[in-house]
Write a protein that binds this ligand. Structure first.
Ligand SMILES: C[S@@+](CC[C@H](N)C(=O)[O-])C[C@H]1O[C@@H](n2cnc3c(N)ncnc32)[C@H](O)[C@@H]1O
Length: 171
């Protein structure tokens, strides 16, 4: 399972998604251009030290991403408000890449056309869309549940390697 971000606009959202990837052991692809430099301090701050624990692959273009994706194999599952299949009815596979659109404009037609599946999270009447990081969390949680791939840490308190014990950091 992987997460891919199509031309993300908002560094805080990208940071939150990368942190999600770190915590759940899901690699992340960033398809550029992004609306911010990926070394930006807001981006680093929202992901904090978690960013050192997630596999991040940056792709300079949609085309470069698609070449890497084709070489890797697996399906491209687009999370989109213009989806064909509601999330509760979709069956994930272990090799799927969950692709998220940009905050400002979603995913363009050519991205919809390239996707193997277009999936939407049904919303309450009158609601337009979810925050992209919320969408990532909902989709990846469902995908890991279906494929029995949630992390299985040893029981007991967990800490990031290298984090001082008892540290009280704004999380
Ligand atoms: C803020 S939304 C984009 C809004 C844009 N006007 C649109 O309708 O595509 C950013 C991204 O979050 C994801 N998203 C938001 N709500 C969703 C939903 N209900 N179902 C599936 N994906 C959703 C999509 O990947 C979307 O491209």
């Amino acid at each position: 399972m992987r997460l891919a971000l199509f031309q993300p606009d908002i560094p805080q959202n990208t940071g939150a998604i990368l942190r999600l990837g770190a915590c759940l052991g899901v690699a992340c692809d960033i398809i550029e251009p992004a609306g911010f430099p990926v070394t930006d301090r807001h981006f680093r701050r929202s992901g904090m030290d978690y960013l050192d624990h997630v596999e991040i692959t940056r792709h300079p273009s949609w085309r470069a991403f698609m070449e890497a994706h084709a070489a890797r194999g697996g399906r491209l599952v687009l999370a989109t408000t213009r989806g064909a299949t509601p999330l509760p009815e979709f069956t994930f596979q272990a090799g799927d890449t969950i692709l998220l659109g940009r905050e400002s404009a979603g995913a363009p037609g050519y991205v919809h056309a390239a996707a193997d599946a277009r999936v939407y999270a049904p919303l309450a009447p009158g609601m337009r869309s979810l925050n992209v990081a919320m969408t990532a969390a909902i989709f990846v949680a469902e995908a890991l549940r279906q494929t029995n791939a949630w992390p299985r840490p040893a029981p007991g308190p967990q800490a990031l390697p290298g984090a001082p014990s008892g540290a009280h950091q704004m999380e």
